[in-house]
Design a protein around this ligand. Structure first.
Ligand SMILES: [Ca+2]
Ligand SMILES: [Ca+2]
Ligand SMILES: [Ca+2]
Length: 413
């Protein structure tokens, strides 16, 4: 007796039992697995659900089986396999009725439950833009403590709120040097629509008219890598949810370092060593070491005289990790006057000018796991952007990704 049959109760039991006999007799004759509809065996699932678009619906049958198939009927009438897991989180950007079917195999029998998922328009109109910042943790850098502005007494929560105010208002925040990051979200889930980019993120990159390499677009590209997480436990927090990198064009570049990490040290009392040629007031300002055996300093330059170490942090050092992209800076003057930061082809924040919407946009289908295997994500609730270069460029200073507002491309049409 399998667990599915045991579960049937009340008025369904007789009907269920009788139907089982007929069904199994039929099975014996036809030597094929019999199939049951949910009218007779409840799987703990409803026949119809109503959810707003871009919101998650968790579906889990009451029973376990040896195999599961969640099948969505396509417009052409075919079955599209959404998942082979016991649990499904249904999510759609498309309003209308979606015909969903669950098949459970158990002890040679396949049970089927059909559902209509009615996806409706939300009651309160969604915003297509960034609506909240969950965490802001920049690395030291020449704009840190000014974008957004640190004021005496601010703590991490004050700085998170300031970063949130900036991103909501489409104003720039800095992430500082390598690893500095911001985590933000929307008032709904970003749906991974197949074959389409899903997310547009603004930075402050420009092309320089005097870049010498005609084969590449160059200027002030300070690429930041995007990571995303799907709120699988539906608690609104990026807690147990796995983070996935959106693999941009340099993900498999031989000089890209995966698993890079770096530690920056709070500057101690020391005598500044200036480099007047490069307009630096202190070339030994903030010491760092990385896990590649390298050490160095973030210099202080004459254009930005504030503290570069995040002023609300009390720790003596700050560590970050992620993927480090190969350096993109070229001193085209040869004498330290004209640094061009060449853009990577695609897949990074603050890498192409904002007007290049497609080149500043991201497809959740680019997600990869820590081993670099593609991951099929239904959507993303949390977006993390971090500076992905460890690079200083003479008088223009350290490379830091800047981020402004993000847009859900499925709402902005
Ligand atoms: Ca997509
Ligand atoms: Ca969560
Ligand atoms: Ca920038």
């Amino acid at each position: 007796m399998n667990s599915l049959l045991n579960w049937a109760e009340g008025p369904w039991k007789f009907l269920h039992g009788a139907r089982r006999i007929v069904c199994c007799a039929l099975c014996a004759v036809l030597l094929v697995a019999c199939s049951r509809e949910s009218d007779y065996v409840s799987l703990g699932l409803e026949a119809a659900y109503y959810i707003p678009r871009m919101s998650k619906l968790r579906l889990q049958p009451s029973y376990s089986g040896s195999a599961y198939r969640w099948l969505l009927q396509t417009a052409a009438g075919n079955d599209s396999l959404l998942s082979a897991e016991r649990e499904l989180i249904f999510l759609s950007a498309e309003e209308g009725t979606h015909a969903l079917r669950l098949e459970i195999d158990t002890e040679g029998t396949t049970f089927t439950h059909s559902m209509d998922i009615h996806v409706t328009h939300e009651n309160v109109e969604y915003s297509p833009f960034t609506s909240r910042v969950l965490e802001y943790m920049p690395a030291p850098g020449q704009h840190t403590n000014t974008l957004p502005l640190y004021e005496e007494g601010d703590d991490a929560e004050d700085m998170r709120r300031k970063a949130e105010d900036c991103l909501v208002a489409d104003e720039m925040i800095t992430l500082g040097a390598f690893g500095g990051y911001v985590v933000f979200g929307f008032d709904h889930t970003i749906v991974n629509v197949p074959g389409k980019k899903d997310l547009y993120i603004r930075g402050n990159a420009n092309y320089a008219p005097d870049a010498k390499d005609p084969t590449r677009l160059g200027g002030s590209a300070e690429p930041g890598i995007v990571e995303v997480a799907f709120d699988r436990n539906l608690n609104g927090r990026p807690d147990d949810d796995e983070w996935y990198e959106l693999a941009g064009s340099a993900y498999r570049h031989p000089a890209t370092v995966h698993g890079y990490s770096i530690t920056y040290h709070r500057p101690t009392e020391h005598t500044p060593i200036p480099d007047r040629k490069n307009m630096q007031t202190d070339t030994v300002y903030i010491a760092w070491e990385d896990n590649q055996g390298q050490t160095g300093y973030i210099p202080k330059n004459s254009y930005h005289s504030q503290d570069y170490f995040p002023a609300w942090i009390e720790r003596e050092s700050l560590s970050f990790s992620g993927t480090r992209l190969p350096g993109n800076s070229v001193d085209e003057s040869g004498i330290g006057r004209n640094f061009i930061l060449y853009a990577f082809d695609w897949g990074y924040v603050d890498n192409h000018p904002n007007e290049q919407v497609d080149l500043c946009s991201f497809d959740l289908s680019w997600a990869v796991d820590r081993q670099g295997n593609p991951v099929s994500l239904p959507g993303a609730d949390f977006i993390r952007v971090y500076t992905s270069l460890n690079q200083k460029n003479g008088w223009i200073g350290d490379t830091s990704t800047e981020v402004a507002r993000a847009t859900d491309l499925h709402l902005s049409r």
